[in-house]
Design a binder for this molecule. Structure first.
Ligand code: PLP
Length: 277
């Protein structure tokens, strides 16, 4: 079951016009919201970021927060699975001809659910490999836009190289992952790129910082270089579907002697507790 423009329908019956600007231009924004035990996790933070993305590209929000909550919970009610990832997309709507500029249109709203499969304990204890690549994206990465061509190519490269993620850098400064935020520990401090136009302000990033405080881990939201990353004591990536993953290999170079770090263990543990709130 999916939601499309006011209707709960079978996915195979869901269709949109070829004149939809999401199809023609990638003219839209999205959110991915995890659900645990049938409950939406950090919904208000996701709805706030959705509003920021909509405002940034001048699409009116079709629903109030309580309307969103009702629709999302109604869709969840059609599913039996406990842990899911909810994908929500709003495009500018359907125009009459293909032109780049836009008139006021009725936004298209599409929502679907997918199983949320977190990594096994065994995989987490082993850690994950990543590779680095130059960040060729535009400089409004704070908008969660559906036009994701660069990210698509990065993720395919990760797949081709059998690594978990691509870590991006602008002029040698680490920004974020293709679909995640990046953290490193150096000399007992947690570093991550500051929010702003070069990264997506991850909801999980905020929870990592909240968990770091609980672990009494000092935080420094300052950018760092690829070289610093390769020499870090611990490296992690975070996202709503990945949670917090320890990285033990970058560009075939081993991090922390290939061991998952103790700070990761504390922050990860705290994050798991937040899920039960
Ligand atoms: N950065 C990028 C480019 C992303 O695509 C994502 C998630 O998909 C994130 C960061 C992490 O955001 P969140 O923690 O809200 O899932």
């Amino acid at each position: 079951m999916v939601y499309l423009n006011g209707n709960f329908i079978a996915k195979k019956n869901a269709s949109i016009s070829v004149m939809d600007r999401g199809f023609l231009f990638g003219d839209g924004v999205y959110e991915v919201i995890p659900t645990y035990q049938g409950k939406l996790f950090r919904l208000s933070a996701h709805l706030k970021r959705l509003q920021n993305s909509l405002d940034a590209i001048k699409i009116p929000n079709p629903y109030t927060n309580s309307e969103w909550q009702k629709i999302l919970n109604q869709l969840l009610g059609y599913s039996q699975s406990e842990n899911q990832s909810l994908y929500l997309q709003i495009t500018r709507g359907v125009g009459t001809q293909r032109k780049h500029s836009f008139d006021t249109l009725t936004p298209t709203v599409y929502i679907e659910l997918n199983p949320l499969v977190t990594k096994t304990k065994h995989a987490l204890e082993k850690g994950f490999s990543v590779i680095t690549q130059a960040d060729i994206r535009w400089s409004q990465c704070d908008i969660k836009a559906t036009s994701l061509l660069a990210n698509v190519l990065y993720s395919q490269n990760a797949k081709d190289n059998q690594v978990e993620e691509i870590i991006l850098h602008r002029n040698n400064v680490v920004t974020e992952g293709a679909t995640s935020n990046v953290f490193m520990i150096k000399a007992g401090t947690l570093f991550t790129h500051p929010t702003g136009k070069y990264i997506l302000s991850g909801i999980t990033r905020d929870l990592v910082l909240e968990s770091a405080l609980a672990c009494k881990l000092p935080i420094d939201e300052s950018a760092f270089t690829v070289d610093a990353l390769l020499n870090a004591d611990e490296v992690w990536i975070s996202s709503s579907t990945r949670e917090i993953m320890p990285i033990t290999q970058i560009d075939k170079q081993v991090i922390n002697q290939g061991e998952v770090g103790r700070y990761w263990a504390c922050v990860y543990h705290h994050y798991q507790q937040l899920k039960n709130d």
